[in-house]
Design a protein around this ligand. Sequence first.
Ligand code: G3H
Ligand code: 13P
Ligand code: ZN
Length: 321
Amino acid sequence: MPLTHTRELFAKALKGKYALGAFNVNNMELLQAIVEACEEEKAPVMLQISKGARDYANPVYLKKLIEAAVSTTTIPIAVHLDHGDSFELCKQCIDEGFTSVMIDASHEPWEKNVEVTRRVVEYAHKHNCVVESELGHLVGAQFDDGEEGGNYSTGGHYTHPEEAVQFVRESGCDSLAVAIGNSHGAYKFKGEQHLDLERLKAIKKALMDAGLGDYPLVLHGASSVPKEIAQKINQYGGTMGEDTAGVPEADIEIARRVGCTKVNIDTDLRMAMTAAIREVFVTKPKEFDPRKYLAPARKAVKELVRHKIKNVLCSAGHAFD
Ligand code: G3H
Ligand code: 13P
Ligand code: ZN
């Protein structure tokens, strides 16, 4: 079975009101874990590859691994460039057959972000590819700019609803990654903090009111950083801080219902893998066959992905809609 286009997966997810899991792939075990879980739960899936993954594993190896996964499963799979940092990298991935790319120029001034996104969009659309771009800064909830005079402040870290509309119109991007208190990694929040879900609703509504339809939004930094996994890592010799914190799964559930169509998860997979490997190293110190620790690591990632697609993203069961 060939790759399924990101456009098609988005259209079905919007219609079915579920979110696509976009899981980061860096090696064979992660890929197998993600695809096996999605196959067993009949979930469509987006595999995403970062620049770091390409540097680590070699783009040719990743392409061949994904070809192997696609040829041994029946579920719909799309392949996406995560956090492309230049037109050239996006072009390479488009030329390699990725079904979508992200151009991330969110750290640049508005004009530059629009300009590079436009350029990627023009090339992508000529080559049957769609583009995700980002507006705002993923700085976490502690940097909430608050509100000005009852309205959302403009030009701040968080995505402003009207600016989102203007950005989509000017850049022509096909989906938009938003900043609503989300951030990458295992230390997202301080204490009891949450995503700004009211702002997310306002962004979705502004896009709808502007005639852009049921426009797909993307949530980066969506790992929930489970405490029990952090504890297991520490139990077996790791030193993850006390202050690990992720997005509560209840927040992701609401984000999904409000209209986050693609939900990016990487850190949780890394942690599940690390905890399982550490456990083998500590409980079986004589073991030196990599398969003896990579197999439990793969299983742990698989169960985590299964949980996400069944209980949080609700994409399970939708592979053949
Ligand atoms: O958002 C970033 C992803 O977790 C990928 O991370 O650039 O270390 O591969 P990476
Ligand atoms: P996490 O660090 O929360 O897993 O976010 C992953 C991500 O956004 C990849 O683009
Ligand atoms: Zn991200």
